[in-house]
Ligand binder design. Structure first.
Ligand code: PLP
Length: 374
């Protein structure tokens, strides 16, 4: 049967068909709030009180949501996480970094550090897709670079400071798909950075970084030195602007607004425990379904490493995952395709806090229906 000819019965459909890993589902309530504030927020200056207040809401809200220890500061800037990798090579790594590379995103930061002419060759510890390595304390490493959730493979790890690391070494954590959905201990991290188009149910283009006093010291020391740093990548400028609740250049106001809304929604409902609990419920449904399935299996074999925000499900050779994703798409259930470079016969499903756990259950029934029809 042609996948486009499969019509899912209405009673099986989820309420919302968005299961993509970024940009991801935005709650309709947040969109309503946005249009309600359109004429006094959108189209107004980012140097004036209404927008600066929104930035301050984000900075304070993130401190509360992530339970940041005293002295941690939240920095914001433009360019998303990919820009932040370059920012980190200019303004956070002193000389030599260690990178855990276990998928597309974690490998990209390692490449950026390797390409920077002012840095020594980084140490890269790799693991096969579907697994993750652990950081190893080593002399002369001044930045340990971890990824809380590798979005390309659906592997999550616990961010920890390697024991025996140099006293002033930093732990930098890419938390782009984890922040606001996975539990962690902020005191184990020095820079926990992310973009808001995933767990924060916003649009892209912004980076947010929760920085420890040790990280702030490093930033200030590097910008005081003689390293050439383009202004756009200068964390000293970002720090100065963030403290005034501004970004260096014009931010996307919609992104700020929706991120602030999602943070508020999570905090009002109980904070990170509420959000992570929703992700746990979705993950229990998805992995439980796959484990007892004839043709589906969780890609990540170790249950402890399975992400509760991004699920990757392999299908056996009797079913073409691309056809399943196409049939779902023609029924309004979108973005279940696997990460393209992973190249597996797989579905990848976001389970961010904004995605209703009941919709994840409905999705599994829809997949069963499509497989039956194919
Ligand atoms: C999405 C993602 C990125 C890229 O974020 P951009 O804002 O598009 O640059 C980086 N790292 C991880 C872990 C991601 O999930």
């Amino acid at each position: 049967m042609n996948s486009a000819d499969i019509t899912l019965p209405d009673e099986l459909l989820p309420h919302d068909g968005r299961f993509g890993c970024g940009p991801s589902r935005i709650r309709p309530d947040a969109m309503e709030m946005l249009s309600g504030s359109a004429d006094h927020f959108l189209g107004t200056s980012h140097r004036q009180a209404p927008v600066r207040f929104k930035v301050s809401e984000i900075r304070n809200g993130i401190s509360e949501l992530l339970s940041l220890p005293d002295g941690y500061e939240v920095l914001v800037g433009n360019g998303g996480t990919t820009a932040f990798w370059d920012i980190a090579t200019f303004g956070l790594i002193d000389a030599r970094s260690q990178h855990l590379s276990f998928g597309e995103f974690s490998s990209k930061f390692a490449k950026a550090a390797a390409a920077a002419p002012h840095l020594d060759e980084p140490q890269v510890i790799t693991a096969d897709p579907g697994d993750h390595p652990l950081p190893e304390a080593a002399d002369g490493i001044d930045a340990y670079c971890l990824t809380h959730n590798e979005t390309s493979t659906g592997v999550a790890m616990t961010p920890v400071r390697p024991s025996g690391a140099d006293e002033d070494a930093l732990v930098l954590v890419d938390a782009t798909s984890a922040a606001g959905g996975l539990r962690f201990d902020a005191s184990e991290t020095d820079v926990y950075y992310f973009a808001p188009q995933k767990c924060l149910a916003s649009d892209g283009g912004l980076w947010i970084a929760a920085c420890s006093p040790r990280a702030i010291e490093r930033i200030e020391r590097i910008v005081a030195g003689d390293r050439w740093i383009p202004a756009f990548f200068d964390l000293g400028i970002a720090l100065e602007n963030s403290r005034k609740d501004q970004t260096y250049n014009t931010p996307a106001l919609t992104t700020l607004f929706l991120a602030a809304e999602q943070i508020r929604w999570i905090l009002e409902n109980g904070g990170l425990e509420f959000a992570a609990g929703r992700c746990d419920a979705s993950a229990a449904t998805l992995y439980g379904w796959a484990e007892s399935h004839e043709v589906a299996t969780p890609f990540v074999t170790d249950p402890a490493k399975r992400s509760h925000v991004v699920g990757t499900i392999d299908l056996d050779e009797t079913v073409d995952a691309a056809l399943v994703a196409a049939a779902l798409r023609s029924n309004g259930i979108v973005d279940t395709e696997p990460y393209r470079k992973l190249g597996r016969n797989q579905l990848r499903i976001a389970m961010f806090p904004a995605i209703d756990p009941e919709d994840v259950a409905a999705l599994t029934q829809c997949i069963d229906h499509v497989i039956g029809q194919l």
